[in-house]
Design a protein around this ligand. Structure first.
Ligand code: M6R
Length: 606
């Protein structure tokens, strides 16, 4: 999730663009860059502050494009920072998204003599426009023709020195909004950088491009037809705009689930071959084919993702797996060798305990691999190989979309390692087809959020909560409890449902509710018996169950239904309602959901 911002008007463009980038900083902070036609491109690694130091405040330009990068293709270096340019440095592009066919386009452009300066997918767009301009088109037509050649997702702004007042914007799968001012117009990823200047905005839809000048704007379908759409007035504060109109980042991030899954899967499912394409593992694939054991390390939510991975990898790839808390692993004397893969899972890539576990694994000769969201983070750099999540920055302290992405990435890894071993064609085919159906299934759960909110309101006075699950949903019981306790400060415990009779059942009475994760899987009957035991002690039960399961209603009327999928992917569908439940419950209690007390987003100390 990068951020784009473009301006054409009468104000000083450098200052206006830098100010706008500051409002967009929540979208990415790997690098920042700006293009001012009279001055050229200026880029800096890190946050906007580093870019500011490079731009003179007295500079008088009146248009430009700017970008904040959250790295996907290529490390967070200055060369890879946006804007990207063509061979002549006349055409510049800022882009949020991924151009899927960039490699073939790059090959074609190189064969025509274009010289590339970065490792990014975005740079092809600048060269495509350059190519079209050299065929005699004007800037607007050249941009349209170039847009017609790319496939993938984009929110984009393009500018050419030849017509410095004109900026072309385009949208396909990544948000783009126009800001319409008096003698000035804007293009941005969301309204937050625009609101200081104008409250009149117009949201582009997929497959549309816009052409803005200081005193006019036009919108077209990529095919060329003009689009007539009324602008709207927004009364959001800049902070509300950053949250996409949601009250909290946490809710916004939960709602991003379908998009996050698509981004984690993008370009990685090989339907024909029944395989996962994981470029980040290419360098160690021969060693991975020989590993005999996997140890997964992580902390908090990432640790619970690891536990789900244990079930997946053992069942479908046939490799023995252990899962360790980073904080424990580093103080044991783990037995590792070259046939061990040590897999670190971390959203931030900076968690101290997980990082130290990886360092210990390296010292002992293990192959170290990361499932990491933050490109270029320490864990990403120090591991031998890895799989990036591409989930976009997670701002809420409670990890939500990262978990959804981590489990998705673990499924891809299971496919990859399983196919190196004995996973059958039909098993692979089923995993791939079910993975590709996940986004719409998660969307269905999200569409039901009002019912989950009502359920949370009903239980908001609870002092305790027990979460139970079995098999693949055993870790989800712990994750559900963690979400509730960290943002609502309610005492919540996760428990393997089979363990209830070994102690926790003693706590149950009419004031001690249980969240039972009870999808229609191979352990449903057993879980139903556990629910019965709780009900016999008058414990209230909320159940997460599979659509169409009426049997569950004989135990409890408080049911949250979720769609069905294969057992190994069910945790993704089970966890989303638990995230929403925790969110709404904490919200009902009036707590600061995004910044729970005593906690930090990234735990970089022991
Ligand atoms: O950045 P990481 O994934 O390594 O962070 C691990 C945990 O600190 C993190 O998941 C934490 O437990 C969250 N606050 C849970 O919501």
């Amino acid at each position: 999730m990068c951020g784009i911002f473009a301006y054409t008007g009468k104000k000083q463009a450098g200052v206006t663009l830098l100010d706008g980038l500051t409002s967009l900083e929540y979208r990415g902070y790997d690098s920042a860059g700006i293009f001012l036609p009279e001055r050229g491109g200026i880029r800096a690694v890190g946050a906007v502050g580093n870019l500011k130091k490079k731009i003179p405040t007295d500079f008088e330009g009146h248009s430009g494009i700017a970008h904040l990068r959250w790295a996907t293709h290529g490390e967070p270096t200055e060369d890879n920072a946006h804007p990207h340019r063509d061979c002549t440095s006349d055409v510049w592009v800022v882009h949020n998204g991924i151009i899927e066919n960039w490699k073939e386009l790059k090959r074609d452009l190189e064969s025509r003599g274009h010289v590339f300066l970065s490792e990014t997918d975005t740079e092809v767009m600048a060269h495509l426009v350059e190519q079209e301009l050299s065929d005699g088109k004007d800037f607007e037509s050249a941009a349209r023709a170039a847009l017609g050649r790319i496939r993938g997702t984009y929110g984009m702004a393009i500018q050419s020195r030849a017509e410095p007042d004109v900026i072309v914007g385009a949208r396909m799968g990544a948000p783009v909004v126009l800001g319409l001012g008096d003698g000035e117009n804007f293009i941005a990823s969301d309204p937050s950088p625009i609101l200081k200047h104008t409250r009149t905005v117009l949201f582009l839809e997929d497959g549309e491009m816009a052409v803005i000048r200081p005193n006019s704007y036009k919108i077209f379908k990529l095919g060329g037809d003009t689009v007539e759409r009324a602008a709207q007035e927004v009364d959001w504060s800049p902070e509300e705009a950053q949250k996409g109109g949601y009250e909290h980042f946490m809710l916004k991030e939960i709602m991003e689930g379908p998009e996050v899954i698509k981004n984690t899967l993008r370009g990685r499912l090989m339907f024909e071959e029944g395989m996962a394409k994981l470029g980040g593992l290419e360098s160690v694939k021969d060693e991975l084919a020989k590993i005999e054991r996997i140890i997964i390390v992580g902390c908090g939510t990432a640790y619970y993702a690891g536990l789900v991975g244990e079930y997946m990898l053992e069942e479908h790839a046939g490799i023995p797996v252990e899962v360790e808390l980073g904080s424990e692993f580093r103080y044991r004397k783990p037995v590792l060798n070259q046939k061990t893969m040590l897999l670190a899972i971390s959203q931030s890539g900076e968690t101290a305990d997980t990082l130290e576990a990886i360092r210990e694994g390296k010292r002992k000769g293990a192959i170290t691999v990361g499932i990491v969201n933050t490109v270029g983070s320490t864990i990403a750099r120090e591991t031998d190989a890895g799989v990036y999540n591409h989930a976009g920055p997670e701002i809420g302290v409670a990890s939500t979309k990262a978990l959804v992405s981590q489990i998705t990435a673990l499924a891809l890894l299971t496919l990859f390692l399983g196919r190196q071993r004995k996973m059958s064609d039909s098993d692979a085919e089923e995993i791939i087809s079910q993975l590709s159906l996940l986004p719409e299934k998660v969307q269905k759960i999200l569409d039901n959020k009002a019912a989950i909110e009502a359920m949370a309101a009903k239980y908001s006075d609870s002092r305790d909560f027990l979460y139970i699950g079995r098999k693949y949903n055993y870790p989800i019981a712990f994750e559900g409890a963690l979400k509730l306790k960290e943002i609502s400060y309610i005492h919540a415990e996760g428990c393997g449902a089979g363990e209830m009779k070994h102690g926790p059942l003693a706590m149950i009475d009419e004031k001690f509710p249980t969240m039972a994760i009870a999808p229609s899987d191979t352990v449903y009957e057993k879980l139903a018996s556990n629910i019965q035991e709780i009900r016999a002690r008058r414990g209230p039960v909320v159940a997460v169950a599979t659509e169409g399961n009426d049997d569950i209603l004989s135990y409890t009327k408080d049911v949250i239904y979720v769609p069905e999928t294969i057992e190994m992917l069910q945790p993704i569908l089970s966890v989303v309602p638990l995230q929403l439940f925790a969110y709404y419950l904490a919200h009902a209690k009036g707590f600061n959901v995004d910044r729970p007390r005593n906690l930090a987003k990234s735990v970089t100390v022991e």
